[in-house]
Design a protein around this ligand. Structure first.
Ligand code: HAM
Length: 417
């Protein structure tokens, strides 16, 4: 019996990987223009980092983490997201002391033991952007604008920005109590999960997708009516600047997101083309997280894009040719000069391939065609006797004889120049 990939994981096959490269290239080019530099952190961390950072009562921490005991008895966890690890690294290396306004991005696999479905995996990939050390709503807007520009640079045309403010540590506790009281009154009409969340983490109720609960949840008090003056002003300025920049958004008072570290701005970008898992990216402000994890009292704001979801939104790519020159040694004695030429071409930057299996001429031409070769260089007994190669241009099928002494230069000039 053959062994299969673990449920909820997927292989990115060679035909797909070009789209991933495009996205990664777009990220690198765009983020540099905004002053964000790459940071790479480990895929596993001490479990406590996520419990403290993301919140013990979140689904991610309470149900979805891949946690294991290391041989020395310590508890480790495969990262379910990037923010906590980045903040840990920023504190550990004291990055804020040399760069009080830190802009970083990261990319890589994340792990959550969710129920797999289309667009939801147990190993998935994110591109993550974090701006740490900025209080101003202008940076919330920069981060949102960067997120949208990134999607557009990748070729995603249809998307919707959803926006909310979840208040801060000054005004949210009172709102949470108001919400809890309202939930207690309505508990008979809520699902078991929501009844539990009403006690442990009432904001999570706003995330509930159970159809029967929706009318009740819509009737709950809205956070927008309970923001303190500072949070109200911050949110108003975020919206004003988004309008100034011509970035459309929809406000949704229920957008609280699945991580506890958010304060003030939260946002998601959704796409109707994704199905049930419709959020392609999500983020927000997390003032307080750096301090909670043992660092200075530095604010932060960022977002993460799900790459599986992003790639699924991109138009199908043309399959690219993989080869510039396909070498066809047609006689046993032709193999050695063909091997030498293959090496020289590759060293000169030309994508060259050779079929060492000694198949028929016809099947080699078919193979060259499949590989998208631009030229086939043929060396048979006749060519060897006359000291030439026959070069076939696959675009027009024109053939030309080229002296062996000039074949490298000839092919180099016509391919990568
Ligand atoms: P998140 O909303 O949990 O936020 O994840 C961000 C994105 O990752 C989602 O919008 C989705 O595209 C993708 N994603 C999440 N879970 C899965 C999954 N199981 N399978 C496939 N894709 C998934 C965060 O992770 C925050 N750390 C974002 C952030 C950065 N906030 C501030 N800075």
């Amino acid at each position: 019996m053959s062994i299969q990939a673990v449920k909820g994981t997927r292989d990115i096959l060679p035909d797909e990987v070009g789209a991933w490269h495009d996205v990664e290239r777009a990220a690198r080019a765009l983020f540099a223009r905004y002053g964000y530099r790459e940071i790479r952190t480990p895929v596993f961390e001490q479990t406590e980092l996520f419990a403290r950072g993301i919140g013990a009562e979140t689904d991610i921490v309470s149900k979805e983490m891949y946690t294991f005991e290391d041989r020395d008895g310590s508890s480790l966890t495969l990262r379910p997201e990037a923010t906590a690890g980045i903040v840990r690294a920023v504190i550990e290396h004291n990055l804020l002391s040399t760069d009080p306004a830190l802009k970083v991005w990261a990319a890589g696999p994340m792990f959550r033991r969710e129920r797999p479905q289309k667009g939801r995996y147990r190993q998935f990939h994110q591109v993550d952007v974090e701006a740490i050390g900025f209080t101003s709503p202008t940076i919330d807007v920069e981060v949102v604008e960067l997120a949208i520009s990134f999607l557009e640079a990748c070729g995603v045309e249809r998307h919707e920005l959803v926006l909310n403010s979840v208040g801060d540590r000054a005004c949210r506790p009172a709102y949470v109590e108001t919400l809890r009281a309202a939930l207690r009154q309505r508990s008979a009409s809520l699902c078991a999960d929501c009844r539990r969340r009403a006690e442990t983490n009432p904001l999570r109720v706003l995330d509930c997708k159970v159809p029967e609960d929706q009318a009740t949840i819509e009737s709950l008090p809205k956070i927008a009516d309970h923001l303190c003056a500072e949070c109200r002003d911050h949110f108003a300025e975020v919206k004003r600047q988004l309008e100034l920049l011509g970035i459309p958004y929809r406000e949704n008072a229920r957008l609280v997101r699945g991580l506890d570290y958010y304060v003030r701005t939260t946002f998601e970008v959704v796409s109707g083309e994704l199905g049930a898992q419709d959020s392609v990216l999500g983020g927000g402000r997390y003032d307080g997280l750096v301090r909670d994890l043992g660092g200075p009292d530095a604010p932060g704001v960022g977002f993460a894009v799900g790459l599986e979801r992003l790639v699924s939104l991109l138009p199908a790519r043309h399959r690219e040719g993989r080869c510039d020159v396909f070498l066809a040694p047609l006689a046993p004695a032709a193999l050695d000069p063909a091997l030498r030429l293959q090496r020289e071409l590759r060293r000169a930057g030309v994508r060259a391939m050779l079929d060492p299996e000694g198949r028929s001429f016809k099947s080699r031409m078919k193979q060259a065609d499949k590989l998208g070769a631009r030229f086939v260089a043929i060396l048979g007994e006749d060519e060897m006797a006359r000291g030439v190669w026959t070069v076939r241009d696959m675009a027009g099928s024109a053939q030309q004889e080229v002296p062996a002494s000039g074949i490298l230069e000839h092919l180099r000039e016509r391919t990568n120049g």
